[in-house]
Design a protein around this ligand. Structure first.
Ligand code: PXG
Length: 454
């Protein structure tokens, strides 16, 4: 290891408190230092070239090193690097981006509220939903129903909205009026039920919860069209339409968290469209700028939008960086590039199906219990016994070891427990998918060998 890498690791451990990281553990191991990236590859400080199977953190959809995105940010910073849109001011990048987002969004989504991240977008959702029910004279409708193992961000409110156990242990009692139902995770919870029977069963949990709480108290249901951080949980086809039917029957707003699934990841501009539903609100972030600059927001459908924009005074909410000009300029360049390069269609009919087909071959590996994918996200379930879906012993840390083998083999693949997940750039070529699958297979072989030795 070079002395430069060692110095970086030391300074990193001395001064940089990382997100979602055991600081002590990182200090003993030393971080991998990523220094540059190009296309679908990242490079570390030791010169290793690594295929980025996670698009950064589900965000670098258009790949690294895009001159059009970089120049859009640079030009905007020269012209107007920052101005706010409080106090009756506005600026061209935020105006143009909100117009462009309305064009690529499903019908009825004419308004966007900008934030700096997906977590802030979900905090905004909570406040918009509250405001909506207050304005229409039903202020008692306060409860959000979310799902276990959902991820909606890590601010106090968004973290509570999510259903991640460790986060709830640290902050879960700080926000009221949030409750969770079980997730549509067929491999883990479906038992012998067909996907269709399981889809209906899990959706009806929402109906039971609404009846238990009283529909007059329930404000909204929130869910990711496909759960990302929870392990790429792809619901059965009938799940979302049934959720929508229930929301409408009980007059409850439906929120699709599109932070991962938005902007073509599932082969449509939004995951909701892929799932065949029409939500009321769609928080987004990540892929809107391909991660080049931080930007998030909430796309507001007509039901909420018309009330918020025409009634009742000020919506008391906003961030210094709401509609940041440089971030908006990059988002405009990114959305235009997605449109010009037909990225949604590419994912739907070309690279997506190729990825799905190649990824499914990993199910033949002796320790893979399921290889599922949709659009450009996929998961592998590592098991010790395929027929019973039994896992390896927890202490073997099988998923983490597999992830480490992937890194050694030049591939970023994430572990969520013993599920391995990927979210490759939407601009990946077929050769990149072949490389991903070959490296994943090799890493699984090494994992099997390692866990067999204990
Ligand atoms: N909603 C969803 C569906 C997300 O996936 C957020 C909201 C929050 O966005 P911000 O921009 O505030 O991070 C996310 C973020 C992981 C991982 O380990 C996933 C996310 C963030 C960090 C780690 O897969 N998703």
């Amino acid at each position: 290891m070079s002395s430069e890498t060692r110095q970086w690791q030391q300074a990193d451990s001395d001064h940089y408190l990382h997100p979602f990281t055991d600081h002590h553990d990182l200090g003993t191991k030393g971080a991998r230092i990523i220094t540059r990236a190009e296309g679908v590859y990242i490079f570390d400080s030791e010169g290793h070239q690594i295929l980025d199977g996670m698009s950064g953190l589900w965000c670098v959809s258009m790949g690294y090193g895009r001159k059009d995105l970089i120049e859009a940010g640079y030009r905007q910073m020269q012209e107007l690097p920052y101005y706010n849109s409080f106090f009756q001011t506005s600026h061209p990048p935020a105006i143009e981006l909100s117009e462009l987002l309305a064009e690529v969004s499903p019908p009825g989504f004419e308004l966007t509220f900008f934030t700096g991240s997906g977590s802030e977008a979900n905090d905004t959702v909570i406040k918009l939903v509250r405001r909506y029910w207050d304005l229409v004279g039903q202020p008692q409708k306060k409860v959000f129903i979310s799902r276990k193992n959902a991820y909606h961000g890590s601010t106090v409110a968004a973290g509570t909205l999510g259903g991640m156990g460790p986060m709830h242990e640290q902050t879960g009692d700080m926000v009221n009026h949030v409750t969770h139902i079980e997730q549509p995770y067929h491999f883990g919870l479906g038992g012998d039920l067909s996907p269709e029977a399981f889809g209906l069963q899990q959706a009806r949990l929402l109906e039971e919860k609404i009846q238990e709480l009283g529909p007059e108290n329930v404000a909204a249901f929130i869910g990711e069209p496909v759960q990302g951080a929870g392990g790429v949980i792809i619901p059965p086809d009938n799940y979302w339409p049934e959720i929508q039917r229930i929301c409408r029957a009980y007059d409850i707003l439906m929120v699709n968290d599109e932070v991962i699934t938005g902007y073509c990841r599932l082969g449509e501009w939004f995951g909701a469209t892929r799932m065949g539903v029409e939500p009321d609100l769609m928080p987004f972030a990540k892929g809107v700028t391909s991660g080049y600059l931080p930007l998030g927001g909430v796309l507001v459908g007509s039901r909420v939008g018309e009330v918020i924009s025409s009634q009742g005074g000020e919506f008391a909410h906003g961030y210094t960086y709401s509609g940041h000009p440089a971030a908006c300029a990059v988002a405009i360049a990114n959305i235009r590039a997605m449109r010009e390069e037909n990225i949604a269609a590419r994912v739907k009919t070309d690279i997506g199906p190729y990825f799905n087909e190649r990824w499914s071959t990993l199910a033949e590996h002796p320790i893979v219990g399921e290889a599922r994918s949709i659009g450009m996200v996929g998961a592998l379930e590592i098991v010790s016994d395929k027929s019973s879906r039994a896992r390896f012993h927890k202490d073997l840390n099988t998923g983490t070891r597999c992830r480490d083998f992937c890194f050694e083999n030049g591939l970023v693949m994430r572990a969520v427990g013993d599920s391995m997940i990927v979210s490759p750039p939407l601009v990946s070529e077929k050769a990149h998918i072949d490389e991903l699958v070959e490296k994943a297979w090799r890493s699984l072989d090494q994992t099997l060998e390692a866990v067999s030795q204990g």
